[in-house]
Design a protein around this ligand. Structure first.
Ligand SMILES: C[S@@+](CC[C@H](N)C(=O)[O-])C[C@H]1O[C@@H](n2cnc3c(N)ncnc32)[C@H](O)[C@@H]1O
Ligand code: SF4
Length: 414
């Protein structure tokens, strides 16, 4: 394992950034791939089945599930031997059959603004190879957001997104999605509840990781079941306990899954809109050819539980001369009519080979003012972690390159 911590001096950091930077000193525990199923990310029922499979009698299963849940998600242990109130015999049986290990850290970088990026490696599944993904932590005043990946690569090819240039290698499993949250909390020293009694409900306020956004690599609605299972664990009130209002799922517009996400996951929804007519959206977000704007916006109108206090976030990347005119702003306001919405304006984050430029700052402000005067909150998202290539849409893992290198190594060996 190679952990490179790239810690740079910085002024005017937020308190959370300060704490996050301080945590950079925490040494990473050695990680090893274990060829055993993981207990992370299972529902309580599945965890009960796993316990029964190592011989826990049915009458004890519920109590043991509660114990394990507490160790895994409140105390954040990554080793069965630390589960003090579980008998040695059971710990050994569990360790022989299952793992609770964290993902392997390939690199860890800390930006001048406190943003932190991890490249994480997960074991091969079946006949595949090990894969790498990226997870990003963004500390801000009053909250800390973890940007979590759902897939290795992406099948969609949004023209402004770096991940879109990496073909899909595979979906992440629920344990790999929850594992990103656990690892971030480990590395940030954000499991301060080590002494909390079992069963206690721990509020997310005051935590370093207070919000989770499914905005890393991949399209979460193309990995529905694993994302749903993972978010159920992350929002469980007796474990990681992140309120569903603090979890946002971002989609490029997989229309048939939007209502299902609302009903079955109940988290906040973000839509990667980026264009207000089908011609341009077909080009920028090609899934639009399959599910055009009208269908997408109808699905948004029908999203369960919408109100002024519970709005959909529309993400709009600002591309110079492409989608940033005042006419675009005007049409944006028109197409969103009737949807409780907030519009996040995202300055385009460049990546090597990208064909776009970020809009000029005063144009972004003019656009924001227009939208704002029409009654929509329209914050301009400050780019974070650009120096470590951790900003929105800059993520792309080494899985493809690794594959080529591996192939070459194999050829050389042959
Ligand atoms: C990487 S995507 C992942 C989630 C999902 N696949 C989606 O498209 O919403 C998260 C957000 O990053 C935005 N994004 C992608 N590339 C970007 C770039 N180069 N600059 C700014 N934002 C970008 C996407 O449009 C989306 O709103
Ligand atoms: S923006 Fe989202 S859907 Fe589009 S290529 Fe990037 S990760 Fe995939």
């Amino acid at each position: 394992m190679a952990v490179s911590i790239d810690l740079k001096p910085q002024e005017n950091r937020s308190a959370l950034a300060e704490r996050a930077l301080a945590a950079a000193a925490i040494p990473a525990a050695p990680q090893q791939f274990e060829d055993k199923p993981s207990l992370i990310g299972l529902s309580r029922e599945e965890l009960g089945e796993a316990l029964a499979s190592v011989g826990v009698p049915q009458r004890q299963v519920k109590m043991r599930v509660a114990q394990l849940w507490h160790w895994l998600y409140v105390r954040g242990v990554a080793d069965f031997s630390q589960m003090a109130n579980v008998s040695k015999e059971l710990r050994e049986k569990l360790a022989a059959a299952y793992t609770i290990a964290r993902p392997e850290i390939v690199t860890e970088q800390v930006s001048v603004d406190g943003t932190r990026k991890w490249v994480l490696r997960f074991p091969a599944k079946g006949a595949g190879r090990p894969v790498e993904i990226e997870t990003v932590y963004i500390p801000e005043e009053g909250r800390g957001t973890l940007c979590v990946s759902s897939q290795v690569g992406c099948t969609l090819t949004c023209t402004f997104c770096h991940t879109g240039t990496q073909r899909l290698v595979r979906n992440l499993t629920a344990d790999e999605i929850v594992g990103q949250v656990l690892l971030a909390r480990d590395r940030l020293g954000d499991f301060p509840d080590a002494e909390t009694p079992a069963g206690a409900i721990v509020p997310s306020e005051g935590r370093l990781v207070s919000n989770v956004v499914m905005m890393g690599m991949g399209e979460p609605l193309y990995n529905f079941d694993a994302v749903k299972a993972a978010l159920a664990v992350v929002s469980d009130g007796e474990g990681l306990a992140l309120s569903k209002r603090r979890i946002t799922l971002s989609t490029s517009g997989v229309v048939p899954m939007i209502a299902k996400a609302g009903e079955e996951m109940g988290v906040m929804l973000a839509i990667s809109l980026h264009a207000v007519n089908d011609t341009l959206r077909d080009e920028l977000v090609p899934i639009n050819k399959k599910y055009p704007l009208k269908e997408l916006l109808d699905a948004c109108r029908a999203y369960p539980g919408l109100s002024n206090a519970r709005r959909i976030t529309f993400e709009y990347v600002m591309l110079k001369g492409v989608n940033d005119s005042l006419d675009d702003a005007k049409q944006l306001v028109q197409v969103l009519k009737g949807i409780p919405a907030k519009i996040n304006l995202i300055p385009f984050n460049p990546w090597p080979g990208s064909a776009y430029e970020c809009s000029d700052w005063d144009q972004i402000e003019r656009f924001a003012d227009y939208v704002n005067q029409a009654g929509y909150a329209s914050p301009i998202r400050t780019p974070r972690g650009r120096d470590i290539f951790a900003a929105c849409g800059q993520l792309k893992s080494e899985s493809e390159r690794m594959r080529k290198k591996e192939r070459e190594a194999l050829e050389a060996a042959g």
